[in-house]
Write a protein that binds this ligand. Structure first.
Ligand SMILES: [Zn+2]
Ligand SMILES: [Zn+2]
Length: 216
C-alpha cells in the first residue's frame, strides 16, 4: 500500500502513483484527534481495540477505514521502521539483518524489505501499515454463567494458581512453566474462578496466555 499526504492527513492509495510514498518513508505519521461527534463503527472498535492488524485482517472497506482515520479513530503505524539505516520490525521487534529480505512488491510497485521472522502471521514490509484503534474501549459484558470445575488442586497446582492471581492483582508479568499433563487446565480454571480475580476483572484488561485455548 502507498499513501499521499494531504492537509496533514494520510490518504491510502489503492494504486501506485508517482507522488505517493511507502509508510516507512513518511517521517512522522500525522494523527488527527478523535472527533467526539463521529458515529464510529462499533464492530470495527471491537475488532481493533488493543490490537495492531494488517489490512488483510480487517473485513472493512478502504473508504470506511480512511474515514475512521480522518476522524481520529484509526491509527496507522509503520510495519518496518528504521533506526538510522537499521530496520526494525514493529510487530515482532526483530532487528537482526539476517531475518530481513527484499522482494519485488506488487503492493507498492517497488523493491520492498520485509521481516522473515514473523512471516507466519502475514508479511510485514516497508509498505505495510499496522492498523490500531484510537477511540474509547468497548464495553465488555461478563457472561452470566462462567465455566466452572469442581475439584481440588494439588499442592503444586494451588501454589501456581495463587502466584498467577497474585501477579494479575499486582499487575506483574509471570511465566508459569509446567510439564505436559501437570494439570495446566485446572490451574487456569482456578485462576479464572478466583473471586479476587473476578472482582479485579471488572474494568481491567490483561493478557493470559495458555496452550489450552479452549479454556480462555
Ligand atoms: Zn511494498
Ligand atoms: Zn517481524
Amino acid at each position: 500500500m502507498r499513501f499521499i499526504i494531504k492537509n496533514n492527513k494520510l490518504i491510502m492509495q489503492k494504486f501506485f502513483t508517482e507522488d505517493s510514498l511507502k509508510i516507512s518513508q513518511i517521517p512522522a505519521i500525522p494523527q488527527p484527534p478523535p472527533d467526539s461527534n463521529y458515529p464510529y463503527n462499533h464492530d470495527l472498535q471491537k475488532l481493533l481495540t488493543g490490537k495492531q492488524f494488517l489490512l488483510d485482517d480487517i473485513p472493512f472497506q478502504h473508504d470506511n477505514l480512511q474515514d475512521h482515520y480522518e476522524n481520529g479513530y484509526i491509527t496507522f503505524r509503520k510495519g518496518i521502521d528504521y533506526n538510522g539505516k537499521k530496520p526494525i520490525c514493529t510487530r515482532c521487534g526483530n532487528k537482526d539483518p539476517q531475518w530481513f529480505a527484499v522482494y519485488p512488491c506488487a503492493r507498492c510497485g517497488e523493491t520492498c524489505l520485509y521481516c522473515r521472522h514473523c512471516l507466519m502471521m502475514g508479511r510485514i514490509s516497508e509498505c505495510t501499515p499496522l492498523f490500531g484503534w484510537n477511540g474509547p474501549v468497548p464495553d465488555t459484558m461478563l457472561p452470566l454463567k462462567i465455566m466452572d470445575w469442581q475439584g481440588t488442586l494439588s499442592k503444586g497446582q494451588q501454589a501456581a494458581s495463587d502466584k498467577v492471581v497474585e501477579a494479575i492483582l499486582n499487575k506483574q508479568e509471570l511465566l508459569v512453566w509446567a510439564v505436559c499433563v501437570a494439570g495446566n487446565e485446572y490451574i487456569i480454571f482456578c485462576v479464572k474462578n478466583s473471586t479476587r480475580f473476578l472482582r479485579f476483572r471488572r474494568g481491567s484488561r490483561f493478557a493470559l496466555l495458555t496452550f489450552e485455548q479452549w479454556l480462555v
